[in-house]
Design a protein around this ligand. Structure first.
Ligand code: NAP
Ligand code: BGC
Ligand code: ZN
Ligand code: ZN
Length: 366
């Protein structure tokens, strides 16, 4: 069977013919339908993700952590023909958080991540999986359901942000929502857009930024959803003058090392900065005065990573509701579909982000 293979930290990607997996008892046989390409995949194939590694004893890793597939044979509570999405991070087996299904908070660091770290991913025709890692995909959202995986990371991140903000005696507004809170999202890739939709769903006023103008797709989304945009090519001073400070700043770029000192002064009293994007280079340096300000304003900086099964479930619900709330947006987000048969194009879209791309989907079967 075909599979997309990487050898981290080597730069590059290949499509190889691998042996079909052997049947395993009490595991569900899955035929992959679609896989999505994430910024993290590009960081892996460009040798920039420090956590990327093959399974133990191997020199290669099958790429891909965003996937939906179809159940090939009824097994273990799943019926033939059902569409499923696999959870990508799997627990270490020892720590309590992993034992209760929350390897996003693994305490040992010995978890594995499909297609990223120590476990084969989903860019292959078939594989077998333990039913406990499978989430049902409503048929109505199957065309764009690959986005439920990155959205699961963001569902978890927002849950964590709201939990952290419970430290403030009152952070909700006089209608019980967050509609008096201002959020700034840095980066307009799939992650930046998905977190913006989620924040809007919770009532936040959302500003998105990039150091360039929005492209047509991004503009369509911003207009339909009601996102404000600021072009940060000349820094963020103009934004502070225009909008004031933000209660939440969410980094969805991969360049935070270069913008930290520009955006930190925008954080409001009691505000929270969520670091989600993986910077690819650079060094972060903050002056004593910047640190004093963070302390004086009771700010929090939090690293946000990985969603688990409950977050995948929430992601399915939100995608289904956004299909009705923001139909143009959901349609606009899948900017390209590439059939796996077109190997040259598949390798190209994995290595390089296309101009005007939001989410690219590789189609393995229909
Ligand atoms: P992406 O498509 O590469 O998006 C990055 C976005 O940031 C793009 O819109 C890019 O603009 C923009 N950008 C780059 N430099 C910028 C700057 N200086 N100022 C403002 N915007 C800037 O990647 P993605 O798939 O959305 O993922 C975003 C990041 O999140 C990646 O680092 C990925 O690895 C990470 N991630 C983390 C987790 C987690 O659990 N923590 C989960 C998923 C992804 P252009 O379009 O012009 O390049
Ligand atoms: C994945 C997350 C994963 C993270 C760190 C992201 O691209 O979507 O689920 O935990 O990378 O490897
Ligand atoms: Zn990802
Ligand atoms: Zn663990």
């Amino acid at each position: 069977m075909k599979a997309v293979v990487v050898r981290p930290p080597k730069v590059g990607v290949s499509i190889e013919e691998l042996k079909e997996p052997e049947p395993e008892p009490n595991k569900v046989k899955i035929r992959i339908l679609n896989t999505g390409i994430c910024g993290t995949d590009r960081e892996i194939v460009n040798g920039k993700l420090i956590t990327a590694r093959p399974p133990n004893g191997r020199d290669y890793l099958i790429l891909g952590h965003e996937a939906i597939g179809v159940v090939e044979e009824s097994c273990c509570g799943f019926k033939k023909g059902e569409i499923v999405m696999p959870v990508n991070r799997r627990g270490c087996g020892h720590c309590l958080n992993c034992q209760i299904g929350r390897p996003d908070f693994c305490e040992t660091g010995e978890f594995v991540e499909a297609g990223i770290s120590g476990l084969d991913g989903f860019m292959r025709e078939y594989y077998y999986d333990d039913p406990k890692w499978l989430v049902r995909v409503p048929y109505e959202i199957k065309d764009f359901a690959v986005m439920a995986q990155p959205l699961s990371d963001l569902e978890k991140s927002l849950e964590e942000i709201l939990n952290v903000q419970k430290r403030v005696p009152i952070w909700t507004c006089d209608d019980g929502t967050y509609n008096c809170r201002k959020a700034l999202v840095i980066g307009t890739g799939p992650v930046g857009i998905l977190i913006s939709l989620l924040l809007k769903t919770y009532g936040f006023e959302v500003w998105i930024t990039n150091r360039r103008e929005l492209n047509d797709m991004e503009r369509t989304i911003a207009e339909e959803v009601g996102l404000e945009f600021y072009n940060s090519a000349n820094g963020y001073d103009g934004l502070k003058e225009k909008v004031g400070r933000f209660d939440l700043i969410f980094d969805a770029s991969n360049a935070f090392t270069y913008i930290a000192s520009q955006v930190l002064p925008l954080l409001n009293y009691n505000g929270i900065l969520g670091l989600f994007g993986f910077p690819q280079s650079g060094q972060l340096s903050l002056s004593y005065a910047e640190l004093q300000s963070l302390i004086f304003r009771s700010n929090v900086i939090v690293g946000l990573v990985n969603g688990q099964k409950p977050h995948f479930e929430m992601a399915m619900v939100h995608l289904a509701s956004w299909k009705t709330m923001w139909p143009k947006t959901v349609k606009a987000m899948i900017t390209k579909e590439v059939p796996i048969e077109d190997e040259k194009e598949v390798k190209e879209v994995i290595m390089n982000k296309l101009p005007s791309e939001i989410k690219v989907k590789i189609v393995w079967s229909k």
